[in-house]
Design a protein around this ligand. Sequence first.
Ligand SMILES: Nc1nc2c(c(=O)[nH]1)N=C([C@H](O)[C@H](O)COP(=O)(O)OP(=O)(O)OP(=O)(O)O)CN2
Ligand code: ZN
Length: 125
Amino acid sequence: MSFRIGKRFTFEAAHQLSGLPGGHKCGRLHGHSYTVEVVLTATELSESGFVIDFANLDPIKRHLAEHFDHQPLNEAIDIEPTSENLARVLFEWCAKNVPLPATAAIEAVRVSETSATWAEYRPCH
Ligand SMILES: Nc1nc2c(c(=O)[nH]1)N=C([C@H](O)[C@H](O)COP(=O)(O)OP(=O)(O)OP(=O)(O)O)CN2
Ligand SMILES: [Zn+2]
């Protein structure tokens, strides 16, 4: 048995993708209202009945506000700023920087540039 929870964060940012066919619209500088969803899992709950308190994910909110919101993503990360790469970069940041009890783990990070699209990173085990 396992429990899963998620929390959604948003930020606004600009990017420009390279390596696309000539004339591709995403090769031009443009912006998105990004959504980041962090999914956590646990095999057992805390005494409060939580996987973790959602408030414990506040470091993610601060990180996005300080390093991603209203930033040019081509400068914010050192890899092509696609949704897939952003999901991986943010997963790895969360894995290192969000304190978790031994019973809980970050399962996946999903990034959306628009309401119709998403990309997810979850490490293989
Ligand atoms: N697999 C991916 N494909 C694309 C990504 C990406 O991160 N991963 N990113 C883009 C661009 O950033 C683009 O701005 C968004 O693309 P798209 O959803 O196609 O754009 P629209 O919202 O304008 O969608 P329409 O259906 O054309 O209206 C491109 N691809
Ligand atoms: Zn884009």
